[in-house]
Design a binder for this molecule. Sequence first.
Ligand SMILES: C[S@@+](CC[C@H](N)C(=O)[O-])C[C@H]1O[C@@H](n2cnc3c(N)ncnc32)[C@H](O)[C@@H]1O
Length: 225
Amino acid sequence: MVKFVVEYGKDSEPFAADGRLDGPAFHRNHDPIWSTLSDFLSTQTGDVLEIGSGTGQHVTEFARRAAHLNWWPSDIRDPHLKSIAAWRVHARLGNLRAPQRIDLSDPDWTWSGGDGRQLAALLCVNVLHISPWSVSRNLISGAGRLLKENGRLFVYGPFKRAGAHTAPSNAQFDASLWERNAEWGVRDVDDLNILAQDAGLTAAEITPMPANNLILAFARMLRQN
Ligand SMILES: C[S@@+](CC[C@H](N)C(=O)[O-])C[C@H]1O[C@@H](n2cnc3c(N)ncnc32)[C@H](O)[C@@H]1O
């Protein structure tokens, strides 16, 4: 394992010589996340796009575990894009594609490399609470455009349910996010479900995760036309 650790939201220097970053949360959460994703992905073919890949450790590990899928990482920050690229070189996986810059602040965001194919799944881990609400909106509308029918959008992180935090620690975390940036915050599943309905997705199937996190799985419904 590389010895340098990234602290998201801050400029974390230095980097390992090849640019790989090591996120502590990855070591705690990738097995529980995979246990939910793999139920669906084991039956799929095609492409999985990750938004906000950060260090690139999740997408690299998941590409290793699901060699039958093409994995496409992305991020907006140069040090993260460099880290993802370095993990990709290190892992030597033929099904892990080069990182691309995708910014969910753009309502018309898309991905490149799939020759117009629609995605089997979209993955977004620990992004929606450290970004403005427009990022949640654009993620979900993009899932409506880019997922194939019955494809899934998986979102991992802390969430409120029915307007309430699921644990005191999440409430404290939410307050600390607000202090850092008034546009950030722990999102409510009900609000995301409203966006999902408008985008042609089902309401979230909710899987509890350790440390008061959740995975929300939204399915792309059949297109009417
Ligand atoms: C807390 S980190 C999580 C990284 C990684 N998914 C993980 O769990 O280790 C949030 C990530 O979201 C990215 N991000 C923030 N705003 C974004 C945006 N508007 N569009 C795409 N990615 C964004 C950041 O650059 C960062 O890599």
